[in-house]
Design a protein around this ligand. Sequence first.
Ligand code: ADP
Length: 481
Amino acid sequence: MQVLSVTPEIFPLIKTGGLADVTGALPVALAGKGVAMRTLIPGYPQVMDAFKKKKPVHHYPLLQGGKASVHAVQIAGLDLFVLDAPHLFDRPGGPYGNAIGADWPDNWRRFAALSQVGGDIAGGAVSGYQPDIVHAHDWQSAMTLAYTRYGKAVGTPSMITVHNLAFQGQFGAGIFGELGLPAAAMALDGVEYYGGVGFLKAGLQAAWAITTVSPTYAQEIRSPEFGMGLDGLINMRSVDLYGIVNGIDTEIWNPETDKHLVSNYTAKTLKARHPNRTAVEDRFNLDRDDSPIVCVISRLTWQKGMDILAAVVDGIVARGARLAILGSGDAGLEGAMLAAAARHRGRIGVVVGYDEALSHTMQGGCDAIVIPSRFEPCGLTQLYGLRYGCVPVVARTGGLADTIIDANEAAVSAGVATGFQFAPADSGALLHAIRRLVEAHANPTIWTSMQRQGMKADVSWDKSAQKYLELYRLLLSKRAV
Ligand code: ADP
């Protein structure tokens, strides 16, 4: 089975969030199940630098304002089509914006181009390659399914995975004329959305199947509270809506072999976590003592509930926990966290920035990880936490609700608890969860059991990849009909 995946990010080449982890891991997990997945990505500078120029497999004399070509390459074990379009992608900064984080004003053009190329490849533009299925991710590649539907590849089964419904790619109607789609596409059942063009909306409308990254989030987005204006459409498409929890790369995230750890360990040698804990204390200027270190590894944003956390840091310290915070994002929240660290020297430490290596050390050394998200399509950091014996404390929403077993009395006595859930996502409930955590941490039997139980949980891609495979098969059977 040949699947063409189209995505704006893929680990290890370019990553701003969990989407990249998923698109990087899925081809590997599916390869063992008879699926050959090729991934189309933009030729950002770091992608173009990662391979020696080869003969392109397809040329565009003019693609959204400039020359472009498609290269078929293998990088880091991934089969890729790279869209080399310097006028769109050869820029400093991030994949979506400049160095200070402002979105590129022509993002619609950049990702329409990516999507058009996805549609063209699905339609046979690269000789010798014909995918059976097209799989798009998030708004940046969602239009692939519109180009598929209104182009040569109209009969190709398609899937869109929504990693976060909050980002939708909505643009003014004025761009429609430059998309190269037939006039009929500018309709309620096409790409039109509230008078403009909605990229994600277009993908949701055109996809044969819609998946999101956890069963709970798949239900939540049918409600106005989580649907972000698209709940009407999602409800209309609910028979084709599926929730599949993400896995993680259990080789990269393996406490037994992780090179970022000062000390490697297994569920049987949890005491060997201690040197990692000391490394965290040193890096975050925390006192050395036996109180639990609760960490944060996150974008500092409203979605992640970082304001909820900032509002109760004093209470958390008062209850006897320490905080190690790694993150960047909203300037106000960065400031609030730094101010908290200044108020509570030795009890709260903050590193502003993105640091993959440090995130590993923290999972391997901290006692718990707190994730107070207002909504969380899946979430990965709680899965890393499970695998590393870093007990997750999570808001009961989306994938957090699906992957953590709350330490209520019944779960604790049955020995199945893996973390703490709280609801609603507010400061009072969070503080209550921290109190439960501090109590549990003081009981080594309960705490060790929770760590071990978490480390036993199957967080690999295997089960989830199997579910994607079953969905692909279902789509192929629909094509046959
Ligand atoms: P989202 O994709 O919404 O940001 P996820 O939990 O799905 O949230 O994925 C976040 C990913 O980014 C995880 O791999 C996490 O470890 C990583 N991450 C987030 N912030 C940082 C940071 N400041 N430093 C290092 N890694 C980070």
